[in-house]
Design a protein around this ligand. Structure first.
Ligand code: HEC
Length: 475
């Protein structure tokens, strides 16, 4: 009953937010119609218009805050009840969906513009003021695009900006980091076998590392080092490797991977927010006021945009690798991160060259070789010791009862996991028999279960489980 009321409350809350948004959009549209009829003719009117535009941005902020508030109220209503785990799972799902969707919109737009830049026709029938043009067909329509060398003589009123994709990707990503790792720091963020720290300090380290990483990057990008591309890339890469190593000394392996991804993602969004968009704003206002453009601005924004382009594949790979224990369940997991980053950035480099029709012979093979090396390094060291005796199921059942059931049960007794993680339960022999492949993967090969080896499983017990599965997992 309580849950039903909460859901109705959530629905009503969302409806109100949507209504307010709609109302503000309506006002905006009316204003725009008025604007069209009457261009602002005094500086004062223009100023008023810009203040109003800024205020409109806050509508969305207010809507978002209201939503968060509703969620917090719901959470406190059901905290401690069996619905808590369920609520968290759905929150995780929804935030993840938002993150992936914004991410696709952002990276998709970024890929598209890099493609445009590389594929522009720059020679045939190009007007003097243009850098190039491009014909395309998509979704049943023909498109013709033109790129200006600098800026059009008159900046159009309806200029489309690409920025919210990036901002929302970061915001939803940070929310996901909170939902998965920070709200459950004891369960996911901290591994006492790596470093036994309190949730508060772990979260503080995580968040501040993103800020520090950005500051270092922002400083280096403006320093003289940036003039030498190869040197800049090398130093930048080494610093990233340091961060990878550092995260792996502080967090659980999985949290270390996600923080590395979050760091690169933060650099990318930082580039958009602090460099690219301000540069574009300055360019637009200079063009409007008829001031000469500072070519350095556009160049620097382009250079940061290029960094983002190289970051895309590594960041995607790292985010996905988080779901594959064979990548992070490894002694040298920080080196795996380094290899993945370099290899995928290399592939991006190859693709960029390809689009510019400057195929290089060695970039692709070296990158692929590096990634293959990662596959090789992460290959499990499965003991091939002979299983002398037939292992009875009773032995295995006893081990699982002792080491796994505290979490993987319909009624877990663990202090952190109050509902069975991923819905995996080992209460009955059949449940165990149905999951032998995954047990092999997590317990014997990657040794990523029991989580953080919280229940103290011994290597001998892992061997017994391996033998039992290899002998056919008989009940
Ligand atoms: C301290 C709690 C805890 C203990 C003890 C524990 N697990 Fe887990 N297990 C988790 C969590 C949390 C997850 C989900 C996150 C993940 O996949 O790493 C999980 C996931 C799994 C998965 C992956 C399920 C999937 O959908 O991919 C398997 C398999 C698994 N555990 C097996 C075991 C086995 C076998 C044991 C005992 C040897 C064990 N676990 C002990 C917490 C635990």
């Amino acid at each position: 009953m309580k849950i039903l009321l909460l859901l109705i409350g959530l629905g009503l809350g969302l409806a109100v937010i949507a209504l307010l948004m709609k109302l503000s959009k309506h006002i905006e549209a009316v204003d725009e119609d008025m604007d069209r009829q009457k261009e602002p003719n005094t500086a004062w009117e223009e100023k008023l218009g810009s203040i109003k535009n800024n205020l409109e941005g806050y509508n969305y902020l207010a809507g978002g805050m209201a939503l968060v508030l509703i969620l917090i109220v719901i959470y406190y209503q059901i905290a401690g009840t069996p619905y808590e785990g369920h609520f968290r799972e759905w929150l995780n799902l929804v935030v993840r969906l938002a993150h992936v969707t914004f991410g696709i919109a952002w990276i998709g737009a970024s890929f598209y513009f890099v493609f445009l830049e590389n594929a522009l026709n720059r020679t045939k029938d190009v007007r003097e003021e243009l850098a190039g043009n491009l014909w395309a067909v998509h979704g049943g329509g023909f498109y013709y695009l033109e790129k200006y060398k600098v800026a059009p003589t008159k900046i159009p009123k309806d200029l489309h900006w690409f920025k919210y994709e990036a901002y929302f990707t970061w915001i939803s990503g940070f929310c996901l980091l909170c939902v998965v790792y920070y709200f459950n720091a004891k369960g996911f963020l901290i591994d006492p076998n790596v470093l036994d720290i309190s949730p508060v300090s772990a979260i503080a380290i995580g968040v501040s590392s993103l800020v520090v990483g950005w500051l270092i990057y922002a400083y280096l990008s403006k320093s003289p080092l940036a003039k030498n591309v190869l040197l800049f890339a090398t130093v930048g890469f080494l610093i990233l490797v340091f961060f990878a190593w550092f995260y792996c000394q502080v967090f659980s392996a999985r949290a270390a991977f996600i923080h590395f991804g979050a760091l690169i993602g933060t650099l990318m969004v930082g580039n958009v927010f602090f460099v690219i968009i301000p540069a574009q704003k300055e360019m637009v206002s200079a063009a409007k006021e008829g001031r000469p453009l500072n070519p350095e601005l556009g160049k620097h924004a382009g250079w940061r945009s290029l960094h983002n382009n190289y970051f895309t594949l590594p960041v995607l790979f790292v985010m996905i690798s988080n779901h594959f224990p064979s990548t992070f369940g490894n002694e040298y997991n920080w080196a795996v991160l380094a290899g993945i980053s370099l290899g995928t950035a290399g592939i991006k480099h190859y693709l960029n060259l390809l689009e510019k029709k400057q195929e290089s012979v060695w970039v692709l093979p070296i990158s692929v070789f590096l990634l293959l090396a990662v596959v090789f390094v992460t290959a499990p060291e499965v003991s091939d010791g002979e299983c002398k005796e037939e292992v009875a199921f009773t032995t295995v059942y006893a081990i699982i009862n002792e080491r796994c059931i505290s979490c993987h049960s319909a009624q877990p007794t663990d202090d952190v996991w109050t509902s069975p993680p991923n819905g995996v339960m080992y209460d009955t022999p059949e449940q165990i028999a149905n999951l032998t492949e995954k047990i092999m993967q997590r317990v014997v090969i990657t040794k990523t279960m029991p989580q953080n080896n919280k229940t103290g499983m011994t290597p001998e017990e892992r061997e017994l489980i391996r033998c039992w599965i290899e002998q056919g997992a008989n009940l």
